[in-house]
Design a protein around this ligand. Structure first.
Ligand SMILES: NC(=O)c1ccc[n+]([C@@H]2O[C@H](COP(=O)([O-])OP(=O)(O)OC[C@H]3O[C@@H](n4cnc5c(N)ncnc54)[C@H](OP(=O)(O)O)[C@@H]3O)[C@@H](O)[C@H]2O)c1
Length: 263
């Protein structure tokens, strides 16, 4: 096991996470995948092996559940495997006006997008710092750069992810451990269906990025030890413009983009 490299990915059965898993497999990483649906995990492991992956272990995990991230860490520890790269990809949104959405749904999103991500980062990064090497990819979003009416909680969670990533990456300068934040824009995955957001303007009328391109941008930034990458030229431009636009004006623009297309 000494010369083998291991990557642990959450959310790798679909979308951006699946494309990231393919890139790790291509570079001969052994993979550990964690998400909820066991059939999807088995099917993804079989797919990645058929494409040449060396080893793919799966650990069914529901990161909505309190305690689940720590349990995942303990299960990985029990295998004796040392994680070289942690990818926190699993994330979801809730669509709708904040006053109308169920409290429980939004609390679950905060748990998945923030608490589980912080817990996994804390536990694995401590080990990485002790060893003097390791990498983390945190999948944030350009949504974290703007207030987002119709997805108020989701945008807030992604602002957290990006800010957290930058701060910890800075603290760990010169330790051999780097944290990279990936900021995709709207991407053609299951995300919008799962969030109940298919009726929104951004899905009905917008251009969605290819998850393979997004994953490639994230993977390259991660391997280069960069603190962050915004995926795609148009998104880079939007983020740059957002930096000089008042938050209230950005909220008004996001309202137009994210409201139902027939609204
Ligand atoms: N698509 C976009 O437009 C977009 C843009 C910017 C950022 N992002 C971010 O990119 C990341 C990946 O999203 P995606 O677009 O690739 O979505 P996706 O295709 O829906 O994939 C989501 C993955 O996360 C897993 N997952 C969801 N809930 C989970 C839970 N409670 N516990 C464990 N695993 C869970 C899913 O598997 P199970 O359902 O089996 O658990 C699946 O593997 C997310 O963090 C998202 O916020 C997406």
């Amino acid at each position: 096991m000494k010369d083998q490299k291991y990557a642990l990915l959450t959310g790798a059965t679909s979308g951006i996470g699946l494309e990231l898993a393919r890139l790790f497999a291509r570079d001969n990483y052994q993979l550990i995948l964690a998400s909820r649906n066991e059939n999807q995990l088995s099917a993804t492991a079989a797919l990645l092996k058929s494409e040449g992956a060396v080893e793919v272990l799966t650990i069914p995990t529901d990161l909505f559940q309190p305690g689940s991230a720590k349990e995942l860490y303990e299960k990985v520890l029990a295998t004796g495997i040392r994680i070289d790269v942690l990818v926190n990809d699993a994330g979801q949104g809730v669509y709708g006006r904040f006053v109308d959405n169920a409290m429980e749904d939004e609390v679950k999103i905060i748990h998945l997008n923030i608490i589980s991500l912080v817990t996994l980062t804390k536990l694995f990064v401590k080990d990485m710092v002790e060893r003097g090497s390791g990498k983390v990819l945190n999948v944030a979003s350009i949504a974290g750069k703007t207030p987002g009416p119709w997805q108020a909680v989701y945008h807030g969670t992604k602002a957290f992810v990006h800010s957290f990533n930058e701060a910890v990456n800075h603290e760990l300068k010169d330790t051999g451990v780097t944290l990279t934040s990936l900021l995709p824009g709207a991407t053609d995955t299951d995300f919008f269906r799962v969030a109940g957001m298919e009726s929104s303007k951004v899905v009905q009328e917008g251009e969605l990025a290819d998850p393979a391109d997004v994953a490639k941008d994230g993977y390259e930034a991660l391997m280069a030890g960069k603190d962050m990458v915004v995926s795609g030229f148009k998104n880079k431009l939007n983020v740059a413009m957002g930096n000089v636009t008042p938050d209230s004006a950005q909220a008004a623009m996001m309202d137009k983009q994210q409201r139902p297309a027939d609204n």
